[in-house]
Design a protein around this ligand. Structure first.
Ligand code: DX5
Ligand code: ZN
Length: 232
């Protein structure tokens, strides 16, 4: 029997202090974060703007582990090299961002980085099967992308179907949006192994007073692992 996967918690710096990203990244990593999730928004694919590759490169110097870059931009292909050079370990593009997602995933892999495929809540799994061999991670959005702090949409059935489709391929299922210690168990039970959380990680703390970050990360991890029978 395959053991349950180890759960990774990826704080989204969308909920961090934008004037102090370096200290925020160091703080959440010291408090137990597995990956740092970096949300790039262009004001076109989503109705909000964050930052681009230069900020990612600046943040990179403060991250010891995995930098997980979620591109909510269209087009994607002209910017892949810049995000790869900025030091992303995983570059995730949306299936909805253009007609040639297959080419986009090939282009990400060609930089030597891991390729992620993100799906909006309204997008089904049609077509995903043909992309699995080019994909290292599938990000199931459980909010409509663009903003932190939105309410979780329960897509357990979609996550379960995706886990079955993936089979024994080494592909992460990442959940992004509205993750808390209440919603995380639904997603790990359905087959997710990477949980992005912005508001639920950064609430109540600061880079100078980061103990709350640690408590928040532990609460999500404990609930998520208990749901799949792993000891906390
Ligand atoms: C939404 C972003 C998410 C967001 C999650 O477009 O992709 O990463 O920051 O934030 P919370 O955890 O607050 O829903
Ligand atoms: Zn995200």
């Amino acid at each position: 029997m395959t053991p349950p996967p180890s759960i990774k918690i990826a704080p989204s710096i969308l909920a961090a202090d934008f004037a102090d990203f370096g200290a925020e990244c160091r703080a959440v990593e010291l408090q137990g974060a597995d990956w740092i999730h970096v949300d790039v928004m262009d004001g076109h694919f989503v109705p909000n703007i964050t930052f681009g590759p230069a900020t990612c490169a600046a943040i990179r110097r403060h991250i010891r582990g995995i930098m997980d870059v979620h591109l909510m931009i269209a087009p994607v292909d002209p910017y892949i090299a810049a995000f790869a050079e900025a030091g992303a370990d995983i570059i995730t593009a949306h299936i909805e961002a253009g007609p040639h997602i297959h080419r986009t995933l090939q282009a990400i892999r060609a930089t030597g980085k891991k390729a992620g495929l993100a799906l909006n809540p309204g997008t089904g799994l049609d077509g995903v099967e043909h992309l699995l061999d080019l994909t290292d991670l599938i990000c199931v959005m459980t909010v409509n992308p663009g903003f932190g702090g939105q309410s979780f949409i329960d897509l357990s059935a979609k996550v379960r179907a995706l886990r079955a489709m993936i089979g024994d391929r080494p592909i992460h299922i990442e959940i992004d949006g509205g993750i808390t210690s209440e919603t995380a168990p639904l997603m790990t039970r359905a087959g997710a192994d990477v949980l992005v959380a912005g508001s639920a990680v950064f609430k109540g703390g600061s880079a100078r007073s980061p103990e709350a970050y640690g408590q928040n990360i532990r609460a999500i991890r404990t609930a998520a692992e208990a749901a799949i029978g792993r000891a906390a």
